[in-house]
Design a protein around this ligand. Structure first.
Ligand code: GTP
Ligand code: MG
Length: 250
């Protein structure tokens, strides 16, 4: 279930009314310390790690509708996907969606969580300075779902682009998505903050990872590139902070 600002407001006003909380969510809303539901779209070729990245942040809260990679099991070639373990791997069909909440505390800490957990959490806390709510769209990277990129990009407040850092074609394909982002910017007249994850950095130990500079050069240094791996979920904290700052600066 996605709780939007209106729902949050109703819950908060109710709890405020019956005196359950001191620093109420309603106060945060009244003081303008919460924004509308922001839309983040995650794009990248199939197997670049989009669903794994969100799973590493949200665990089982991120319910996905992925299926086994049937086409690869049937031996169909795809330049942008170089599987390490096809038997174990799944793929997203159409897209997955998640409601997320970012909390900024009074001590300048930053926390990201599933929106449902976030709401429970908020009610017992008095250290919150402000929060933001997000709807995150995890798109399907298979080429047959390419048309979804355009649909999902409509109205996006930010984009996270992923590349499989061990696959040249996956990295070069970033430009395909960048082109689509630019079209959406022209259509909406609004600039969209973008960050790039050069994922699977852990494969550098096997000599398979091409490095951040490869992605920077391929995308003409237009956006910030972060080297990431789902083996170390902490590595996503800094880039997410950078992206949220960019959204706030818009
Ligand atoms: N070694 C390593 N493997 C990764 C990493 N991220 C993802 N993978 C693996 O790559 C495969 C594909 O990951 P997914 O998260 O399903 O990729 P996706 O981008 O969601 O793919 P689609 O849903 O088909 O678009 C899985 O087997 C993951 O375990 C990483 O950082 N390092
Ligand atoms: Mg996926």
């Amino acid at each position: 279930m996605i709780l939007d600002i209106v729902n949050l407001y109703i819950i908060a006003e109710l709890l405020d009314y019956i005196g359950v909380i001191k620093l109420t969510v309603a106060e945060l809303l009244r003081e303008g310390k919460v924004s509308r539901l922001m839309k983040i779209t995650v794009l990248g070729t199939s197997g670049s790690g989009k669903t794994s990245f969100l799973r590493s942040l949200f665990g089982d809260d991120f319910v996905v509708s992925d299926v086994k990679r049937q086409d690869y099991l049937e031996g169909k070639a795809n330049l942008t996907y170089t599987p390490i373990d096809v038997e174990e791997s799944t793929t997203t069909v159409s897209m997955n969606q998640l409601g997320a909440m970012v909390i900024f505390t009074k001590s300048n800490q930053f926390e990201i969580m599933d929106i449902n957990d976030g709401v429970d959490n908020l009610l017992s806390r008095d250290d919150i300075d402000s929060f933001m709510t997000f709807s995150i769209f995890d798109t399907a990277g298979q080429e047959r779902f390419d048309f979804m990129a355009e649909i999902c990009l409509k109205g996006s407040d930010a984009v996270i682009l992923l590349a499989d850092g061990s696959n040249v074609s996956s990295i070069e394909y970033l430009n395909y998505y960048i082109e689509k982002i630019k079209h959406e910017e022209i259509r909406s007249g609004i600039q969209i903050p973008v960050i790039i994850f050069m994922n699977k950095q852990d494969l550098s130990a096997k000599g398979l990872y091409l490095g951040g500079d490869f992605a920077r050069t391929a995308t003409r240094n237009e956006y910030e590139v972060f080297e990431t791996t789902i083996k170390d979920p902490e590595c996503f904290q800094l880039p997410l902070r950078v992206l949220i700052n960019q959204i706030n600066d818009q």
